[in-house]
Design a protein. Structure first.
Length: 335
């Protein structure tokens, strides 16, 4: 039986036990995956050898998506005076001045992360703990039959044994056709390890939001306030009735390739939607959770209207999930 759950107000069904978190329940909005700390002492994680982790990691040729562009320094307005989720501390709107920095054009893909793993034999925390969270909608019936736990405030989140970056929906899944999709089930610690290996770092929350806003003031999205300018989709979120039906109207039910959708004015793709992205910052001075930005393909206005530049959420640094990834940054003169 799994003994660790990584989402807010997680409940063991047998027996019924609550786990504490600094992410408080909001009856008007279900969390998008804020987490309690992992139970490291009792985790059922796999004990990987270097040989086991090198299995099936022969480098394959693929179109690289590790390029960066410079975000020019300056002053922008961060946050909003019209918060949707006050508990998330989206407010107030305030001026922030930053120096220039480099930011990945794309979210880190499975291909790019696989290259890192093949060269370092790195083992992610989801692999070590032996489980990660996946939305029920995307699971096979066989996988669901093996699960006896759920999230009290979000029953569509299920802890899946064997879910990790190579097996996004559990042991009976793979990423053979999703090499150019964003890597998921990566913790903050995993993301930092990758960025260090690549000579980069995670962006600060301020850097991330500056890039998301792309020079625009008082706007919801990187391109403006209208969700579908000209009737076209510019990002990947949940289309349909969450969590029951997903129409895939934007072209994707789950994640999309990191190269999909138009780039922002500053040159980045998928700054909102697709997957949540880790940032370098702590959520509060208590230093329990790390800030994540951008929302994901599981966000919907009626459930998780956090696919806005000002929106924010959090997870503990060792947490991982089906809709959580990252991109890297770099100082203009180095890391």
């Amino acid at each position: 039986m799994l003994t660790h759950l990584t989402t807010c107000l997680l409940v063991m069904l047998t027996p019924l036990t609550s786990l504490s978190s600094d992410c408080q329940a909001d009856p008007t909005s279900t969390s998008c995956g804020c987490a309690t700390s992992r139970d490291k002492n009792n985790a059922p994680g796999h004990q990987y050898t270097e040989e086991a982790n090198l299995d099936n990691t022969e480098e394959q040729k693929f179109a690289r998506t590790h390029s960066m562009v410079e975000v020019m320094g300056g002053t922008f307005t961060m946050g909003t005076d019209k918060p949707v989720f006050t508990a998330d501390k989206e407010m107030p709107a305030r001026p922030i001045t930053l120096p220039s920095f480099m930011l990945d054009v794309y979210e880190v893909s499975n291909n790019e992360f696989g290259l890192f793993v093949s060269q370092t034999s790195y083992v992610t925390e989801a692999e070590k703990f032996g489980n990660s969270f996946v939305a029920e909608y995307f699971l096979s019936q066989e996988t669901k039959n093996e699960i006896s736990q759920a999230v009290a405030s979000a029953p569509w989140w299920l802890p899946v044994s064997g879910a990790d970056w190579r097996h996004p929906e559990g042991p009976d899944s793979n990423i053979q056709s999703r090499g150019d999709h964003p890597v998921v089930h990566v913790s903050w610690n995993d993301a930092v390890a990758y960025c260090d290996w690549s000579g980069k770092r995670l962006p600060t929350e301020e850097e991330w939001e500056m890039a998301c806003r792309s020079g625009k003031e008082d706007r919801l999205f990187p391109w403006g306030n209208k969700w579908m300018p000209g009737g076209k989709f510019y990002a990947n979120i949940w289309t349909g009735e969450f969590p029951k039906t997903n129409t895939g109207e934007d072209g994707w039910e789950g994640t999309n390739p990191v190269t999909e959708f138009p780039a922002t004015k500053f040159g980045q793709k998928n700054m909102i939607g697709n997957v949540w992205e880790w940032t370098a910052d702590w959520w509060t001075s208590a230093k329990v959770d790390k800030v994540k930005k951008g929302g994901s393909f599981m966000c919907h206005m009626d459930y998780c209207y956090r696919y806005r530049c000002a929106a924010r959420s959090q997870n503990t640094p060792d947490s991982s999930a089906y809709n959580l990834g990252f991109r890297c940054a770099k100082n203009t003169g180095g890391v």
